[in-house]
Design a protein around this ligand. Structure first.
Ligand code: SAH
Length: 218
């Protein structure tokens, strides 16, 4: 069962979480505000109600997880979205990250390879009422050529390499944030498609994501 009530207690816990993220170095007030406003417990089973605002990942079914709030904040901050940006997210999962992005005023195109997670999001009434998010079932390695090019691309699963088809779907000057690596941990990277057609790769902290897998799971 999904919780549907946002109580004072939840709001208080969110405030504490925001303070924690700030003390861990998240400095974008926009990102902190988004995390302070979005009811993360809605994205989890009610069994997790009391711990939904701890800075940790939780299972969402199909062996997948909702990312740590710190990871969501970190990736969102690195992506540095502007209002009305067109953003592709690979790995919808619980859709929490998609809602964080949409709350920043961007148009989100999010793609998930697990049919059951995609279907669960279609049944999630509150989510379907959130504006600015389009949901797709497919393989994120392919991106969404029909809707390309994108201002920004965010990958929320561990990519074995920088996916070339996604680079091709970035606008000139566009930015992609992704964890790269095949071991237990991956390095967060920010790839900029420079106007002169070269790629600039910046490297950041280590994180631990579920793997980005090719093909679809029915
Ligand atoms: N952004 C999510 C994080 C989910 S974990 C959230 O906020 O909850 C990563 C997700 O990426 C999983 O749901 C997994 O099924 C999905 N995934 C992995 N490889 C993928 C691919 N090639 N295309 C689309 N989704 C993928």
């Amino acid at each position: 069962m999904r919780p549907t009530e946002d109580k004072h207690r939840h709001q208080g816990l969110r405030k504490k979480l925001v303070d924690q993220l700030r003390s861990h170095g998240i400095s974008s007030e926009q990102v902190l505000d988004a995390i302070g406003q979005i009811p993360r417990h809605y994205f989890l089973d009610s069994a997790f109600d009391d711990i939904a605002y701890e800075n940790r990942a939780f299972p969402i079914g199909e062996g997948q997880t909702i990312s740590h709030p710190y990871t969501v904040a970190y990736q969102t901050q690195l992506l540095d979205v502007k209002r009305f940006d067109k953003v592709l997210e690979v790995g919808t999962g619980s859709a929490y990250q998609a809602v964080v992005l949409a709350s920043l005023g961007v148009q989100v195109y999010t793609i998930e390879r697990q049919r059951k997670l995609f279907d669960a999001n279609k049944q999630f009434k509150w989510l379907q009422q959130q504006p600015g998010i389009k949901f797709f079932y497919g393989d994120g390695f392919e991106g969404l050529p029909t809707f390309a090019p994108f201002d920004k691309i965010l990958i929320t699963a561990a990519a074995p390499h920088i996916p070339p088809k996604l680079v091709n779907q970035l606008k000139p000057g566009g930015v992609m944030v992704l964890p790269v690596g095949e071991g237990d941990t991956q390095q967060m990277c920010r790839v900029t498609n420079e106007e002169n057609n070269t790629l600039r790769v910046e490297r950041f902290e280590q994180f631990s994501f579920v793997p980005m897998l090719s093909g679809k799971e029915s």
